[in-house]
Design a protein around this ligand. Structure first.
Ligand code: NAI
Length: 480
């Protein structure tokens, strides 16, 4: 705590660098700037305590300061051990008007390269408000903050935290350990917190899947807004953001020429489409793997070869997982890869690759070339290069998506937070999407910022196709 602001970041002296980058990013984030202009006077989030678990980057700093401009108090942590940009974290703590000696910003608990134990400690600090209170709402990315609250409540009711099993991951062990300490120190804090939480707005596909599971099982403790499936989120961030940031991660990690190489992209959903496009843009020969025939056919129509990983893995120079599924690249695949094949994951969790299995190969050597770049040398002498230890390569090896596309995503986050706080009576313990008018509003702002000119419907045209002149223009089932 310094000057009354709690924090755990790498180095507050990086704040000026962070502030300069935040200033440049604001210009590229018209959605957030417009929301500040629209709601800055009314301050609809006054009284809200928002806890955020989302990559602590420069773009997220602009989101945090937008929530503050709308009246909220905010605490933040990253949702990944490698994704924090330390200068952005420092700038948020210091705030626009503070100094490293007298910070005046927002409590942040995040640094690049946390251990798993530190990660869950940071997540708990971010959810713990003065007076041992919880937040009024959560901004989540991948669902870890929501998981901590739900499991906290479950184990409080059971009266104990279970012991980890022999097959449990390091991640899960660290999670259970954090909750054990938390329950011992705070009694029934998670149940009290859950009662006060008005809802969560979830950023990504993987977190949204977790929320639908909870809701289907009748176990969701508060309302949830699925921000990911706003069209202006998943059809832009997951696709065009990835198109930019995947090769950014590969280039910063390896500097290997992508042109001419054989790249395998596992999964052809939104992130897979952006990944394949990103690699093809550099001249790679891209092969797609899919389980879903519709996405596989889309890949073929887009000009990609579709094959199983088993049949092409020994031809690949680069292998990227984008599925949000587990065990996609297994040890048997890694063992068959060519010398110095680059292996990376851009889906939310690292379990798409069998990293634990790789580490257990008898006689294998791990040579860390630089942070987030490891050469794994098999006993037969061939190596593979694994980026970001199998965690999100674009955030581990590079700086994630650029500002403009995050402006679309985060405008939806801000709108969702306003909804949860000001229209709470509308929402039950279910998962909701934002209305299409708001999606179109977010798009409209960004079309204008890029200098685009929208065509206006005449009354007659609107009547002819059966939509209002001002929108929404498409039915809910339209797929874009
Ligand atoms: P999606 O559901 O649109 O696409 C996933 C695709 O993978 C689906 O088409 C599915 O059929 C396919 N798939 C599943 N199992 C497979 C397997 N074993 N082999 C081959 N294909 C398989 O999901 P989306 O939106 O593309 O997200 C994918 C992941 O990326 C999620 O974990 C999401 O949270 C994450 N994500 C990461 C971002 C980043 O910045 N790194 C940004 C946005 C999302």
């Amino acid at each position: 705590i310094r000057n009354g602001v709690e924090f755990a970041v790498a180095d507050l002296s990086l704040a000026e660098f962070g502030r300069n980058e935040i200033r440049l990013a604001e210009h590229e984030m018209p959605g957030l700037v417009e929301l500040r202009r629209e709601y800055g006077d009314a301050r609809p989030l006054r009284g809200a305590r928002i806890s955020g678990s989302l990559h602590m980057t420069v773009q997220t700093a602009v989101l945090i300061e937008t929530l503050v401009a709308l009246g909220a108090e905010v605490r933040w942590a990253s949702c990944n051990i490698f994704s924090t940009q330390d200068h952005a974290a420092a700038a948020v703590v210091v705030g626009p008007d503070g100094t490293p000696e007298a910070p005046a910003g927002v409590p942040v608990f995040a640094w690049k390269g946390e251990s798993l134990e530190e990660y869950w400690w940071c997540t708990e600090q971010m959810l713990t408000w003065p007076g041992d209170r919880g937040p009024t709402a959560i901004v989540d990315d991948g669902g870890d903050a929501t998981l901590l609250v739900h499991k906290g409540v479950e184990y409080e009711k059971a009266g104990a935290v279970p012991q980890p099993g022999p097959d449990d991951s390091e991640e899960w062990r660290a999670f259970l350990e954090q909750l054990r300490g938390s329950l011992a120190a705070h009694g029934s804090r998670w149940s009290r917190a859950a009662d006060e939480i008005l809802g969560v707005s979830e950023e990504t596909t993987t977190g949204v899947h977790r929320l639908y599971h909870l809701a289907d099982a009748g176990e969701l403790l508060f309302p949830a807004i699925n921000v990911n499936d706003s069209v202006t989120k998943s059809k832009f961030d997951n696709r065009y953001g990835i198109r930019h940031s995947l090769i950014d991660g590969i280039n910063r990690g390896t500097d290997v020429l992508i042109g001419g190489k054989v790249a395998v992209v596992c999964g052809y959903g939104d992130v897979g489409k952006g990944s394949a496009d990103s690699l093809r843009g550099q001249g790679a020969r891209v092969i797609v793997t899919e389980i879903d025939p519709i996405c596989a056919l889309q890949a073929q129509m887009d000009g990609y070869e579709v094959a199983s990983l088993d049949s092409v893995v020994d031809r690949a120079d680069i292998v990227i997982t984008t599925t949000g599924n587990k065990d996609v690249v297994r040890l048997e695949h890694m063992a068959r890869m060519k010398h110095q094949t680059i292996l990376a994951n851009i889906g939310h969790f690292d379990n798409e690759l069998d990293m634990a299995g790789l580490a257990r190969v008898p006689g294998i050597r791990r040579i860390t070339v630089k942070p987030q770049v490891d050469e794994w040398r098999f006993p037969d002498g061939h190596s593979i290069i694994v980026l970001a230890e199998g965690r999100l390569v674009n955030l581990g090896n590079a700086t994630g998506h650029p500002s403009f596309v995050m402006s679309c995503s985060f405008a939806n986050q801000v709108i969702a937070q306003i909804e949860l706080f000001t229209a709470r009576e509308k929402y039950e313990r279910q998962v909701y999407r934002l209305p299409k008018e708001l999606d179109e509003k977010v798009a409209r702002i960004h079309v204008r910022a890029l200098g685009g000119e929208l065509t206006e419907l005449t009354e007659e045209q609107a009547a002819y196709i059966g939509v209002p002149v001002q929108g929404p223009y498409k039915p809910e089932h339209y797929r874009y």
